[in-house]
Design a protein around this ligand. Structure first.
Ligand SMILES: Nc1ncnc2c1ncn2[C@@H]1O[C@H](COP(=O)(O)OP(=O)(O)O)[C@@H](O)[C@H]1O
Ligand SMILES: [Mg+2]
Length: 366
């Protein structure tokens, strides 16, 4: 866990707890420290406490315990309008009776900014999101994507240092979502804004963020850059939640020199990297990514443990082939191979042997 007293922290949660009913903690002992300019995503299933954390940071909810600091100052001592926080929500929250330009001018009026400066800032903010020609329209006259661009412009118009976004693209179709994901990250980095972004969509989290905090049941299970999160999950929850993952259950029979041996419940002995296991006899879930599995003997490492597998299904996906296998008693073992000219297309019923590098195979908590 990062040192929360680090001096360059811009946003800090220190031992924060939250209960709405005085009984159940929906946020449990949360520690988080973000430097200025970071794009951090809170990712987790519905109900895991992401929105609650965002609301506490914005000042709409208070922490039951612990401290939240912004630029070194406890947030409790700063009135909401002086926090300099911009917010974007899933359902736009634009004022329907105001034009786009009036919507953007509003946060500037609240901050007592004069008319000519206001108009200039509104124009810049709208141009930034390619909505310069739409200042005179009302929100109802815009598409979903356009409304969300306006909401983004409104959150940025008063030049906040921190922007909070709660599932801002959740209501949009896939293609538009991907375009806006790209635009939001670019804009954030260009303007040097610090962003806390909330989503339950792991692809969105991986593609947009400098770091991702994976939430489960009010706790951060892992906080890491996207590549580390995907390649080095620290526990079974993260391995399962991020990306596609194969799980084989078994018992650790030996731990030695940075590797361990696992006797699989479905038969077979494999080598793995001990992550969350500490002793022989312990139950484990072994995690292996579909693209790290090899069935081509020429490419297999010498001496690697292999398992027998039966091909159950072959799916052509264009750029990759996705093949489902029966391995060690499970019918849901997936391998992914790149569609290269020399790539083999496996056929249902085929018997093969699969293997992998021990370091790509992680023995995690059962
Ligand atoms: N205003 C509230 N009053 C009571 N319980 C709430 C309130 N807001 C959220 N909760 C509860 O707190 C938990 C976390 O919710 P939330 O922070 O909204 O999660 P997420 O954004 O990850 O889906 C859930 O169990 C939810 O039912
Ligand atoms: Mg939420």
């Amino acid at each position: 866990m990062a040192d929360t007293s680090a001096t360059n922290a811009f946003v800090e949660f220190e031992r924060v707890q939250k209960s709405y009913d005085g009984e159940n903690l929906v946020v449990k002992d949360l520690n988080l420290s973000m430097p200025k300019g970071e794009f951090l995503t809170m990712l987790g299933p519905s109900g895991s406490g992401k929105t609650t954390c965002l609301m506490m940071l914005a000042g709409f909810e208070t922490a039951t315990h612990g401290d939240i600091r912004l630029d070194g100052k406890s947030i409790n001592n700063i009135p909401p309008h002086k926090r300099g926080i911009g917010m974007v929500f899933q359902n736009y929250a634009l004022f329907p009776h105001m034009t786009v330009a009036e919507n953007l001018a509003f946060p500037l009026e609240v901050r007592k900014i004069g008319k000519s400066e206001r108009e200039e800032k509104v124009k810049i903010a709208l141009d930034r999101v390619q909505m310069g020609d739409f200042g005179g329209r009302r929100p109802a006259q815009l598409s979903g994507g356009q409304q969300q661009r306006v909401a983004l412009a409104r959150a940025l118009v008063f030049e906040p240092e921190l922007v909070l976004m709660d599932e801002p693209l959740g209501a949009l179709d896939k293609q538009l979502r991907e375009t806006l994901q790209f635009e939001i990250t670019h804009l954030a980095h260009e303007l040097g804004i610090t962003v806390v972004y909330v989503t339950h969509d792991q692809t969105e989290a991986l593609t947009m963020s400098d770091r991702v905090a994976v939430f489960e049941n009010g706790r951060i299970q892992q906080l890491a850059p996207p590549d580390l999160l995907y390649e080095e999950p620290e526990n079974s929850f993260v391995a399962q939640f991020i990306g596609e993952n194969n799980t084989l259950e078994g018992v650790v029979t030996e731990i030695k020199g940075g590797t361990c041996l696992v006797q699989l419940d479905g038969g077979g002995l494999i080598e793995a990297k001990p992550i969350n296991v500490t002793r022989a006899g312990e139950r484990t879930r072994v995690s292996i990514r579909p693209e790290r599995v090899e069935f081509n003997k020429d490419r297999m490492q010498e001496g690697a443990h292999t398992l027998k597998a039966e091909v159950l299904e072959f799916v052509y996906m264009g750029d990759i082939f996705r093949t489902r296998l029966r391995v060690a008693g499970t019918d849901n073992f997936i391998i992914k191979t790149r569609n290269a000219p020399d790539q083999v297309r496996l056929k249902p019923g085929q018997q093969i042997e699969i293997g992998w590098l021990a370091e790509d195979c992680r023995a995690l908590d059962a």
